[in-house]
Design a protein around this ligand. Structure first.
Ligand code: URA
Length: 435
């Protein structure tokens, strides 16, 4: 077999024969097929798609590129959650400690930022001292001993996905249902959780812009998971505006801490409760969604989720005291307030533009080699439906360099807003659940 033939086949819209995708992935991971050929194949797939059998073969190849863990002997529910990516999406940092405090074991492998969307690993590693590097043995030990792990992709668990993910990020091949479905589910299958909740983001800041495409992605992932013996539920949640106020790595960590402490964004907390109750029911940790909700809300009210977040930061090598004093986290040297051009209501906030502004400031990567700046980003002080007076600061940009009104990021934040007169309803947080 030759990689160029498979690229030509897919570019021409042909279906791969059984075994071809497995061969291509194997050859790539052995170093026999270079990045540029896989990039060309990924582009052909993004354009032409993969059918159900091809997507399943790609997922299996990614899982088989490493080890598949099992925690079937544990007497407690082992769960996982995954987001398909959005702007300001810090749900993992909030939900994992809540689930752990509610009696679940969380075995989670997360990704880095992808295109304009942020990644949990970049956010965690923005905390001084934190390392999310685990090999399979240390991941297994951490799941069994501390009951909660968030790990970066390791060379031992779905390493094939790690390699593809980094290429897709910089080759315009992220927005593909079969590539996202196989990427997400390979990690979920490899890490050994029994029940998974998928947060499928829909809207301007998501990789799925429409409800139909998000439904299709959700269905593909639920089916891939079910075929592998996992209980999977997908929650379709809105991503037309950033989730919460902060976009940028340490800014998001700070907002996540405030939320776990019960002082943060109510919408973010509500989404975490919805996702958490779904996975508690799917894993039999709770009998009903209402029971899940009550137990999760209690973890925030009684401080047990905050204690778990402190444990999590410390288990990753960070200073647990930042959980009690998030204001100690490093700040960007420069801040620039973006002022409302007129008195009006916020009608729309284009999440993607805000994500791109944060990327431009250094919060994301434009090439594989780019290094993330942990302190930069954007904080939105107003959400959809809020009103502002003329000249009022509706957003603050946190920057490494001094900024002026003409700077790209300032113009991007200004351009992301649609101002309207009169009241505007807030968009729904949860659109649908696919079981
Ligand atoms: N999250 C992933 O893990 N993979 C993707 O392809 C997109 C979001």
């Amino acid at each position: 077999m030759r990689a160029v033939d498979l690229i030509n086949d897919k570019r021409s819209g042909r279906t791969h024969r059984p075994g071809e995708i497995g061969w291509l992935m194997g050859a790539y991971l052995r170093g026999d097929v270079p990045d540029y050929q896989i990039s060309a194949w990924l582009m052909a797939v993004t354009w032409r798609g993969l059918n159900v059998a091809e997507t399943a073969e790609l997922t299996t190849a990614l899982v088989d590129s490493g080890r598949r863990l099992s925690f079937r002997d544990l007497q407690v529910p082992v769960v996982d959650k995954h987001s398909t990516g959005g702007v300001g999406d810090k749900t993992t940092l909030v939900l994992v400690p809540m689930l752990a405090a509610a009696g679940c074991v969380v075995a989670k492998m997360s990704g880095r930022g992808l295109a304009h969307s942020g990644g949990t690993i970049d956010k965690l590693e923005a905390i001084p001292g934190v390392s999310t590097t685990f090999d399979t043995a240390s991941f297994e030990r951490a799941v069994r001993e501390s009951g909660m792990v968030i790990a970066a992709q390791s060379p031992e668990m779905a390493p094939g996905d790690g390699r593809l993910y980094a290429l897709r990020d910089v080759t315009g091949t992220v927005e593909s249902i079969p590539l996202i479905a196989s990427s997400v589910m390979s990690k979920k299958i490899a890490t050994g959780a029994r029940a998974v909740v998928l947060d499928v983001k829909v809207g301007d800041g998501a990789f799925m812009a429409t409800l139909e495409s998000a439904r299709e992605l959700a269905r593909a992932m639920v089916d891939l998971g079910r075929a592998a013996g996992l209980a999977v539920v997908a929650v379709l949640s809105g991503m037309d505006a950033p989730l919460g106020q902060a976009v940028g790595n340490l800014l998001e960590v700070q907002e996540a801490i405030e939320t776990v402490a019960g002082r943060g964004c109510k919408e973010l907390l509500e989404l975490c409760v919805v996702l958490g109750s779904e996975v508690m029911v799917a894993s039999n940790a709770a009998l009903t969604l209402a029971e899940g909700r009550t137990r999760l809300e209690a973890t925030v009210a009684n401080g047990s989720a905050l204690a778990k977040l402190r444990d999590l930061v410390m288990s990753l090598g960070g200073d647990g005291a930042i959980v009690d004093e998030p204001s100690r986290l490093e700040k960007a040297p420069y801040r620039f307030d973006v002022l409302a051009p007129r008195g009006a209501t916020v009608g729309r906030i284009r999440a993607r533009a805000i994500g791109e502004a944060a990327m431009h400031l250094g919060a994301g990567r434009a090439t594989k080699a780019d290094v993330i700046d942990p302190v930069v980003g954007v904080v939105m002080h107003r959400g959809i439906g809020d009103t502002v007076r003329v000249g009022e600061a509706f957003a603050t940009i946190h920057s490494r360099h001094p900024l002026g009104p003409a700077d790209v990021s300032v113009q991007a934040v200004l351009g992301a807003i649609t101002w309207v007169d009169g009241p505007v309803a807030r968009p729904p947080l949860v659109l649908e659940v696919v079981r």
